[in-house]
Design a protein around this ligand. Structure first.
Ligand SMILES: C[S@@+](CC[C@H](N)C(=O)[O-])C[C@H]1O[C@@H](n2cnc3c(N)ncnc32)[C@H](O)[C@@H]1O
Length: 240
């Protein structure tokens, strides 16, 4: 793509543990003249950034936005005109429920060159950090990654016919997720688990089944960020 001025690297920071960023992502961070980052990216990662780089928190965290998406797009464009290398650092993977695609499209429409550097999504890192596989050869052959919260909070939640379901942004809408799971005719005994703050030092797992996961969210005071895994795979992995 023909580039005008700077180039924007849309980088996945990974789920929390700063060591889970890719080598390519780290290289981009080190040579960036400007870094625009979200709350969810590990703050520790910023110490690897060029010390002279301009660092801007555009803060996006479960419902709390320091800047609206339109403002972020415009700021990215402005910084791409100002600097040679700009990094847009986003939690997990930048295209999984993260508006990275919208930012890339905006830049592209403005004639700015960009590159996407994928990150490890919490949808995968969460379960795997507790030894829970999302697929198992010859037994569990499908997995879906879903949003647990839609723009219209009353809109029905998806529960497709897959062996494993992983919901992001589901803590506050657990009631509607359980409603969707019941409607999908899954057994009440289907194992479920919330993994809170995956790959961070204070991460924890709260297990249950469709019948009691909503109660367990309240009982154990589960808070975002957390991923919900639903399916037989949850029987595997570490206890805590
Ligand atoms: C706006 S989405 C961004 C997802 C991100 N792009 C990714 O690939 O992980 C935010 C949601 O991701 C999940 N999430 C992000 N980081 C997490 C973590 N360390 N542990 C558990 N869930 C996490 C939570 O469900 C949270 O509400």
């Amino acid at each position: 793509m023909k580039t005008k001025n700077g180039r924007v690297y849309i980088v996945g920071a990974g789920p929390g543990d700063p060591e889970l960023i890719s080598v390519k992502g780290l290289k981009a961070l080190k040579k960036a003249d400007c870094v625009l980052y979200d709350f969810l990216s590990s703050p520790e990662l910023l110490k690897y950034a060029n010390p002279r780089a301009e660092k801007i928190c555009v803060g996006k965290k479960d419902g709390l936005h320091l800047k609206e998406q339109d403002e972020i797009n415009k700021l990215l464009y402005k910084k791409a005109l100002q600097y040679k290398n700009v990094v847009r650092l986003k939690g997990g993977d930048p295209f999984i429920f993260s508006r990275g695609y919208e930012e890339a499209r905006y830049l592209s429409n403005k004639g700015i060159g960009y590159e996407v550097i994928p990150g490890i999504t919490s949808a995968i890192a969460g379960p795997e950090s507790y030894g829970i596989p999302l697929t198992i050869k010859n037994r569990i052959s499908s997995v879906a990654i879903l949003t647990g919260r839609k723009k219209d909070i009353n809109a029905p939640i998806d529960a497709p016919d897959c062996a494993t379901l992983v919901y992001l942004m589901g803590v506050r809408n657990i009631k509607n997720i359980v409603k969707a799971l019941r409607k999908s005719k899954r057994s009440e005994d289907t194992p479920c688990a919330f993994i809170e703050k995956a790959t961070n030092k204070d991460s924890r797992i709260v297990r249950g089944t469709i019948s009691n996961i909503e109660d367990n969210v309240k009982k154990f005071n589960v808070k975002p960020p957390a991923v919900l895994i639903v399916g037989e795979v949850v029987k595997n992995g570490h206890k805590s």
